[in-house]
Design a protein around this ligand. Structure first.
Ligand SMILES: C[S@@+](CC[C@H](N)C(=O)[O-])C[C@H]1O[C@@H](n2cnc3c(N)ncnc32)[C@H](O)[C@@H]1O
Length: 496
C-alpha cells in the first residue's frame, strides 16, 4: 500500500506485504494552491485547510514513503466526538462522521454558528418588476444588507441561505399547500385530519404560508389541520416560535408544535396518515465516500485520519465493517443502478498496465444519512406521504460522483474548495441528490415494491411542480419573465 499526493491512489507495482492490511490511503487534494491565488481575500480561511500537497503528475510521481501510524489511531464516530471542543488528533472516522461533525458538532459545527436564512421583510411584488434582472438586483441589495448586519455580530457571514420558500413567499408555500390539500381531499377527507410534519423549517416561513393558505381558502380543512416542525437547530426553532408569536392573535395558528430535535434522533411512532415535508434540508445530510479496487472492483470505504499535528488523510478499507454502507450498497444494487465510476472498465484495464497507475477508482459519494431518513420514515411514519425537494446537480463541486460543493462566504465573496477535508465548522458542505435513484430506493424501503412499479411515487422538476400547483401569474414580471419558473433549474422534488 502506498500514499500519494493528488487525487488518485495508485497501484502498487508489485504485490506488497503491506497490501495485506487491506487499506488504501489517499492524501488531501492538491488544487488548493490554485484557489489560494485566485481568492486572495480569503487568506484567513484558507489557512484553515490542514494539508497542502505538491502537484501530482500521473504515472511520473514516485510513491511517497508511507506512514502506517494511523493503524493505531482511535476509531471514532461523530457522536463520540460531539462533546469535544475540537477535533481530536490521532483519530480516524468514516467520511460521513467527519462531515457530520464538521456541519453539526454542537460546539463548533457550521450549523451551530450563526445561521441566517435570507428572508426579506416584505414579500416581493413581482408585477412591479421590469424583468428577472430587476428581481436579481433587488435580491443582491437585500443580501448585502443582511451581510452588513451579520458582519457587526460576527466578522464572517458564513451562512446566508436563500431558498425558493423565502424568495417566492408566499406563492411557493401556497403551491405546496395546494398540493397537500388536493391530495388530502382526494384520499383522506373527511375521515382523517390533515397532519403535516415539516423537517428543517428554517425561519418557519413555509409553515406560516401553508397554514395561511389553508385558513384562507380551505377553512373546513383548516379546522382539522395539525402542523409539526422537527428542527435540529435550537436557534432556528426559537426563531420559528418568535415569527409565529409576533403575529396578532387573529393571525396566529394554534395548531403548530415545534420539536427541537434532529430527524435522526426521532424515536416516536406516528401511526396517523400524514404528510412529511422537507425542503432544502437533505443536501447537508452527510455522505460516505467509496472507491473501487480497479482490478477486483471490490468497493472500499474511506476514513479520514487525523494525525498528531491535525493533518487529514484519507485511508481506505474494504466495505463490510460498517452496516450502513453495506446496507446502502446492497439496496442500491437491487435497484439495478450502475455507478458511473465503473463505466470505463476496458479503459481501466489498459490503465492498470502502467506502473504507478491508480489502484482505486475515482471517488463516489453515497448518501448514507439519506438512507437513514428513508428507514426512519418507514419505521416511524409508516403511513406518511413524502414531499422532498433539493438540488439535483451542483456547479463547482469537488471531484467525484455525486460530490459536494464545499464553500464558505468571506466578506461577501464565495470561497470554494477542492476537498471536504477542511477545518470543521468553517465551511458549508452540501450535496446534489440523484432523485431517480432516490425514488427507486424509496420504493424499495417504504413501499416494498420493485423500482418503478408505483406510479404515485414521482420525481418532478421544481418548474413542473410550480407550473402544476403554483399561482404563476403572481410571480410574473412586466416583461413576462417568471423568476419562480426560471430559477432553481437544478432543483427536483420527490412526491409520494
Ligand atoms: C437550508 S435550511 C432550509 C429551511 C427551509 N426548509 C426553507 O426551505 O427555507 C435547512 C434547515 O434544515 C434544518 N436541519 C438540518 N439538518 C436537520 C436534521 N437532521 N433534522 C432536522 N432539521 C435539520 C436546519 O437547521 C434548517 O432549518
Amino acid at each position: 500500500m502506498k500514499r500519494f499526493a493528488g487525487s488518485v491512489v495508485r497501484r502498487i507495482p508489485s504485490v506488497s506485504t503491506r497490501w495485506s492490511s487491506r487499506c488504501h490511503q489517499l492524501r488531501n487534494s492538491n488544487v488548493w494552491l490554485e484557489h489560494r491565488r485566485q481568492l486572495h481575500q480569503s487568506r484567513l480561511l484558507l489557512s484553515a485547510e490542514k494539508v497542502v500537497k505538491p502537484v501530482f503528475i500521473p504515472f511520473l510521481s514516485p510513491p511517497e514513503d508511507e506512514d502506517h501510524d494511523y493503524e493505531n489511531y482511535r476509531r471514532a464516530t461523530a457522536k463520540d466526538i460531539a462533546p469535544l471542543s475540537e477535533l481530536p488528533t490521532r483519530t480516524k472516522m468514516l467520511v460521513r462522521d467527519f462531515i457530520d461533525n464538521s456541519l453539526y458538532n454542537p460546539n463548533y459545527g457550521y450549523f451551530s454558528k450563526q445561521a441566517v436564512i435570507f428572508s426579506p421583510e416584505k414579500d416581493f411584488e413581482f408585477s412591479q418588476m421590469r424583468d428577472h434582472l430587476h428581481f436579481m438586483n433587488l435580491i443582491a441589495k437585500k443580501y448585502k444588507e443582511i451581510e452588513g448586519d451579520v458582519d457587526e455580530v460576527d466578522e464572517v457571514a458564513r451562512q446566508v441561505w436563500h431558498t425558493p420558500t423565502e424568495l417566492f413567499k408566499p406563492w411557493y408555500g401556497y403551491a405546496i399547500a395546494k398540493y397537500l390539500v388536493t391530495e388530502y381531499k382526494l384520499n383522506l377527507y373527511p375521515n382523517k385530519d390533515l397532519i403535516i410534519f415539516e423537517m428543517g423549517a428554517g425561519n418557519g416561513t413555509l409553515m406560516l404560508n401553508i397554514l395561511d393558505y389553508i385558513q384562507k381558502y380551505e377553512p373546513s380543512v383548516y379546522k382539522r389541520t395539525r402542523y409539526n416542525i422537527i428542527e435540529i437547530s435550537q436557534k432556528l426553532a426559537e426563531r420559528q416560535y418568535q415569527r409565529h408569536d409576533v403575529r396578532d392573535a387573529q393571525h396566529r395558528h394554534h395548531c403548530v408544535e415545534i420539536i427541537n430535535k434532529s430527524i435522526f434522533d426521532w424515536d416516536v411512532d406516528v401511526e396517523d396518515d400524514c404528510f412529511f415535508v422537507g425542503m432544502e434540508v437533505i443536501d447537508n445530510f452527510a455522505h460516505d465516500l467509496i472507491r473501487y479496487d480497479t482490478e477486483t472492483m471490490q468497493p472500499f470505504q474511506a476514513l479520514v485520519s487525523v494525525d498528531d499535528e491535525g493533518n487529514y488523510s484519507e485511508i481506505y478499507e474494504p466495505v463490510g465493517s460498517d452496516p450502513l454502507i453495506a446496507r446502502y450498497l446492497a439496496l442500491r444494487k437491487s435497484t439495478m443502478y450502475r455507478t458511473p465510476v465503473l463505466n470505463h472498465h476496458l479503459l481501466q484495464r489498459i490503465i492498470n498496465m502502467f506502473p504507478f497507475s491508480p489502484n482505486l477508482s475515482a471517488p463516489e459519494f453515497i448518501p448514507t444519512k439519506l438512507l437513514l431518513l428513508l428507514e426512519t420514515l418507514n419505521k416511524r411514519f409508516p403511513k406518511h406521504r413524502l414531499v422532498l425537494s433539493d438540488f439535483s446537480s451542483l456547479p463547482n463541486a469537488i471531484e467525484g460522483v455525486d460530490a459536494p460543493v464545499v464553500q464558505t462566504r468571506y466578506k461577501g465573496s464565495m470561497v470554494p474548495c477542492s476537498t471536504y477535508m477542511v477545518q470543521p465548522g468553517w465551511f458549508d458542505i452540501f450535496f446534489p441528490t440523484n432523485w431517480e435513484l432516490l425514488r427507486d430506493m424509496y420504493l424499495s424501503i417504504c413501499r416494498g415494491s420493485r423500482a418503478g412499479n408505483d406510479k404515485a411515487v414521482k420525481v418532478l422538476t421544481h418548474k413542473d411542480f410550480c407550473q402544476r400547483y403554483g399561482e404563476i401569474e403572481r410571480t410574473k414580471t412586466q416583461s413576462g419573465e417568471n423568476p419562480m419558473l426560471m430559477y432553481y433549474e437544478n432543483v427536483k422534488m420527490l412526491l409520494t
